[in-house]
Design a protein around this ligand. Structure first.
Ligand code: HAM
Length: 413
């Protein structure tokens, strides 16, 4: 609802109301349990970083760096960027803290806000949240399969419906470089049928043509040579091993020869989970291998694999709001004079670990009982003038008199 003359949250951002916070906290808790069982530890990096990190890490020719970063100059004249993604920052932290000296791989997970200046629409925001996991310091296909399987498990345990996993490979940087030349030649030969955007990017980022939305480009790309058919023997063996392991772990997937991702750091395995409940922004999570990123950021050559999933998109796909929270006790006072007693009792109940509330609005007894219902109290204590108390069990409606001194014991039973 628009407020008159008021200030609203910026376009593409949203408030999380208490019930939404609860849904999201539950999703993060589920993810945390899966991560911890697999030996992942939580890391937190700053919300802003040097702009240079993402230019180098994510790639100058990507949509993210070209047009989606919130970059500002701080008062010291440095270029800072609100993080558009987590992987580059985590690799920065890995290098900065000498984590290559720890037993490898270093397994890290994270959850938090990210920022991209995208056109807002359902499921696409300028501030959004990701949960992600990175295994740094391993080239084993076992790590790829473990990583993919964790996201599969998470979506399954949460009960997200209509999920599909697409799997592909971008091969080694050498494979990709040779293929890139072949694809550029093909695109130049079909330049007349391509969108302006794709044409403009033939020289800088030809692979993105596979993600184009216009029918002309799509028709051209259907016939285009596919990187998957150009994989070297060792690239193909890596992918075959990942496939075999996914089979063994019971993860369903489909090979997608057109799967390219919006970040430049990927090599070998790439994957994306889509959900048919999400409309146009159907990707719920995705990732892949980034064997060159740590070295790109000044660390030793360090292969790695990981993914991130959109928290808002998971919540949309689940579509369910959790039930309103319940409270243990509401303490009602018959006479205003009993309110001091009520406050003391509420305080004592809270100290014993129960959730307890009392009326703060000067309601009548009837109004107080209504309020107890509204907040889903399991029990209501009604303090009488004569110093006794009634204990009411709200679901059954059963009510009995107890001595004030015994209220606590009765409730703790
Ligand atoms: P990404 O595919 O750019 O990958 O983002 C991961 C997920 O974040 C997407 O699948 C989507 O659910 C969510 N997401 C992205 N942009 C938005 C947006 N504007 N609004 C709402 N949700 C969004 C990465 O960020 C990589 N760092 C993943 C990764 C980790 N690769 C290796 N390790």
């Amino acid at each position: 609802m628009a407020t008159q003359g008021g200030i609203e949250a910026p376009k593409g951002t949203a408030d999380w109301l208490p019930r939404q916070v609860a849904t999201r906290a539950a999703i993060i808790a589920e993810a945390a349990a899966i991560f911890e069982r697999a030996g992942y530890e939580q890391i937190e990096t700053p919300v802003f970083e040097a702009a240079e990190l993402f230019k180098r890490g994510v790639g100058e020719a990507t949509d993210i760096v070209e047009k989606e970063m919130f970059t500002f100059e701080d008062l010291g004249g440095r270029h800072m960027t609100l993080r558009p993604e987590g992987t580059a920052a985590i690799c920065r932290a890995y290098v900065q803290h000498g984590m290559h000296k720890l037993p490898q791989p270093v397994r890290l997970w994270y959850a938090g806000p990210f920022f991209r200046y995208e056109a807002p629409q359902a499921g696409r925001y300028r501030q959004f949240s990701q949960i992600g996991a990175e295994a740094i310091g391993t080239e084993s296909p076992l790590a790829d399969a473990e990583s993919i399987s964790m996201l599969d498990t998470l979506l399954r345990e949460l009960g997200v419906p209509g999920v599909e996993l697409g799997l592909g490979s971008l091969g080694s940087p050498e494979t990709r470089a040779t293929y890139r030349i072949e694809l550029q030649e093909y695109l130049r030969a079909h330049a007349g049928e391509l969108s302006e955007e794709v044409k403009r990017r033939i020289e800088t980022n030809p692979l993105r043509a596979f993600d184009a939305k216009d029918p002309g480009t799509n028709a051209v790309m259907e016939e285009a040579p596919k990187l998957l058919d150009r994989l070297s023997e060792s690239d193909a063996a890596h992918l075959a091993e990942v496939e075999k392991l996914l089979g063994a772990l019971g993860v369903d997937y489909r090979i997608d020869p057109t799967l390219v991702r919006g970040l430049d750091y990927y090599s070998q395995t790439v994957f994306a989970f889509t959900c048919d409940r999400l409309g146009a922004q159907s990707e719920i999570g995705g990732g892949g291998r980034y064997d060159g990123l740590v070295a790109e950021l000044g660390g030793p050559p360090t292969p790695a694999v990981g993914w991130a999933a959109g928290l808002e998109r998971i919540a949309i796909a689940l579509e369910e709001e959790p039930a309103a929270p319940e409270r243990d006790v509401f303490v009602a006072a018959v006479e205003p004079a009993q309110r001091v007693r009520a406050a003391a009792l509420v305080d004592e109940l809270r100290r014993k670990g129960l959730s307890a509330e009392l009326d703060l609005a000067g309601r009548s007894v009837k109004g107080q009982l209504k309020q107890a219902n509204r907040i889903n109290a399991r029990h209501t204590v009604i303090l009488d003038e004569d110093g006794t108390a009634q204990l009411k069990e709200m679901t059954s409606g059963e009510q009995r008199q107890v001595a004030t001194a015994d209220v606590l014991d009765e409730l703790l039973k």
